[in-house]
Design a protein around this ligand. Sequence first.
Ligand SMILES: Cc1cc2nc3c(=O)[nH]c(=O)nc-3n(C[C@H](O)[C@H](O)[C@H](O)COP(=O)(O)O)c2cc1C
Length: 400
Amino acid sequence: MNFPFKNILLGITGSIAAYKSIELIRRLREQGATVKVVLTCAGAAFVTPLTLQAVAGGKVYQDLLNADNELQFSHLDLARWAEVILIAPASADFLAKLSHGMADDLLSTVCLASDAPLKVAPAMNQQMWAAAATQANIALLRQRGAQFLGPAQGVQACGETGLGRLLEPADIVAQLQSSTGLLAHLHIMVTAGATREAIDPVRFISNRSSGRMGFAIAQAAQQWGARVTLVSGVVALPTPFGVQRLDCISAQDMHNTVQQHIAGVAVFIATAAVADYRPATQATEKIKKNTAMLTLTLERSPDILAMVARLQPKPFCVGFAAETQNLRDHALQKLHNKNLDMVAANWVNQADIGFDSLNNALQVFWRGGEQILPKTDKLTLARQLLTLVKQRYGCATGTR
Ligand SMILES: Cc1cc2nc3c(=O)[nH]c(=O)nc-3n(C[C@H](O)[C@H](O)[C@H](O)COP(=O)(O)O)c2cc1C
């Protein structure tokens, strides 16, 4: 995919994370972008103009009121040149300046003088981030259309842990990429992983789903600009960057979570291996092994996909069918019986694909068409599936 921006004005402010801007510039240039750097006075205390000039391959702009500037209106030239303004790292102080429309240094003046989209990657101590003043400034900037990239959670340079770390340069680049991606502005909900149905307080019924396929779809959709809600069963996977994750345990939990968050979702992709049956009753105490045989009575769990497909208006619904026989027949039956828009079927009795494997292969069906997506890694497959979803979704809504 082509990188969406050619002329990037990068503002670097006075944060300890300013050193990461060196790698950021390198990565932006690798995407074919020209990067012009504007450095605040405090920014220059953390990273030298000489280093930045060498990596950016051009002058680093610092002064607003300098009679030696070759152009008297360099702030306006920079403002007009920029296709996008990226502030990374953005200090708490700079957010305050921006939100109040101040223009007392070169970077704040360029921001005020430009109509280019503003992307802000904050970096600060977690307490500074949480401060009511900072949060009010952020709310105001968001309201005016600024897009925030991060911050990330984790251990901070000051030794504290919390929200406020600068996103990794690769993630900032991915965020810029996704802001104009194939799925930009589409809200996609993905369910993933296995549910657990309690037998008693310590035992449960579950299945072998690892959640990898659904997590890969969530990651790929996010990278292509979708707003992604990932409703996850019990898995051992990290949350893909930029994805909203809602954790559930049982089929009933997942049903309720989906129902609560489905409003406004354009595409619903159900990869979760939801238990079809659950114990009809759950013992409140641990069941003792004092009988030779134990009979469990199972009842049907709620059918989440069918519930979503009955909504009016209904999202574009994609079901997954894990099959060990008659894959095509079962997939088509599911498509028609549940009133779905697409079914992605996969074999789960082959050693090197499907459940718990890094690879998968899919046979995708929709009304009047089908396509085989041959065996590959799950992220690649996720992108191929999302390309089909986008095409079919475009046909269904009359937009492309
Ligand atoms: C060692 C050190 C690290 C700092 N790191 C940060 C930081 O990560 N984020 C932040 O908002 N401010 C940080 N500050 C404070 C800013 O540098 C200070 O508020 C400065 O005025 C910001 O100026 P600017 O917004 O014009 O770049 C730090 C200060 C020091 C001394």
